[in-house]
Design a protein. Structure first.
Length: 290
């Protein structure tokens, strides 16, 4: 039985039954699934680079795409994926469509990359990416997740999220700050922060006056000096040997997000923290830990 057959529950009883796939219906406004799709698109570069030069332990590559057929839409997995120079995706439909008729199982198709909704790589039985699979799994009761893992035949841990290390996403901004920590670069670390908005958030939480600009700026100065003093006295945190995943992005306002970061240590230990990030002039910066 193939991987996609296991994922979608293909029966082994009769030919007719074997042709049917179990379908998981998810509402269009499902926060967990929408975040999974957004994360897959933001980290697609890792999949593409791995596809060009796969590591020996990367045995399987697949991409999920949205197929639009009139008023019917369906997300389907494509096997043996490849990209052309314009970024268009090509692959073989890996599971039987239920809602659309414009494509069929085992058909090779081409599609614009804007319709990609997920990607996955299997590394020695471990799931990399597969964000919509994780979203479905995370929506199950704890007692049912082990059966889900047995069905897929995959090892599903917190994973590693390969966001680009820049200020275009909240997660990328956090990674930039952690890079600065690893480089022990004070100026770079300061550039990853927004102390004024951190002060605004602090004053708001303490029910203090945030309309007084003098108080706001003086609080920002205190936070900046405290940040510098703490790094000088306590030393820079080390992140270079950690795997990092971002399972949740909570939208507070259009420009203020609370990000959950899970760090996995080489010995298997893990820690979790929630970090505020703020967007100004199309760049995300890091505020404080919740």
């Amino acid at each position: 039985m193939g991987l996609l057959s296991r994922l979608f529950g293909r029966s082994k009883k009769t030919i007719a039954e074997d042709a049917q796939l179990a379908v998981v219906n998810v509402a269009n406004d499902d926060i967990r699934m929408n975040w999974a799709i957004e994360k897959a698109r933001a980290t697609l570069h890792y999949f593409q680079n791995s596809l060009i030069a796969p590591e020996p332990n990367q045995q399987y590559f697949s991409v999920k795409v949205l197929i639009e057929d009139g008023t019917n839409n369906e997300h389907l997995w494509l096997t043996t994926p490849s990209f052309d120079e314009e970024g268009n995706l090509f692959g073989v439909v890996g599971n039987k469509p239920v809602y659309v008729t414009s494509v069929h199982e085992d058909q090779r198709i081409g599609i614009d990359s804007q319709f990609i909704s997920d990607w996955m790589i299997i590394e020695d039985g471990r799931l990399i990416g597969g964000y919509t699979i994780r979203a479905i799994r995370d929506g199950l009761p704890e007692a049912e997740r082990l059966d889900f893992d047995r069905m897929t035949g995959l090892y599903i841990d917190d994973g590693v999220d390969y966001f680009i290390h820049d200020f275009s996403t909240p997660e990328g901004a956090i990674l930039c700050l952690e890079d600065a920590y690893d480089e022990q670069d004070m100026e770079k670390a300061i550039a990853c922060k927004n102390f004024l908005e951190e002060a605004r958030l602090l004053l708001y939480k303490t029910n203090d006056s945030i309309g007084n600009e003098d108080i706001l700026e003086s609080t920002a100065d205190v936070l900046r000096l405290s940040f510098i003093k703490n790094l000088m006295e306590e030393g820079f945190p080390v992140f270079k040997d950690l795997s990092r995943a971002y399972p949740q992005r909570e939208k507070i306002t259009e420009d203020l997000y609370l990000i959950t970061e899970i760090c996995t240590f080489p010995d298997g230990g893990r820690s979790s923290q929630k970090i505020y990030t703020f967007k100004e002039d199309d760049e995300w910066k890091v505020l404080n830990i919740q």
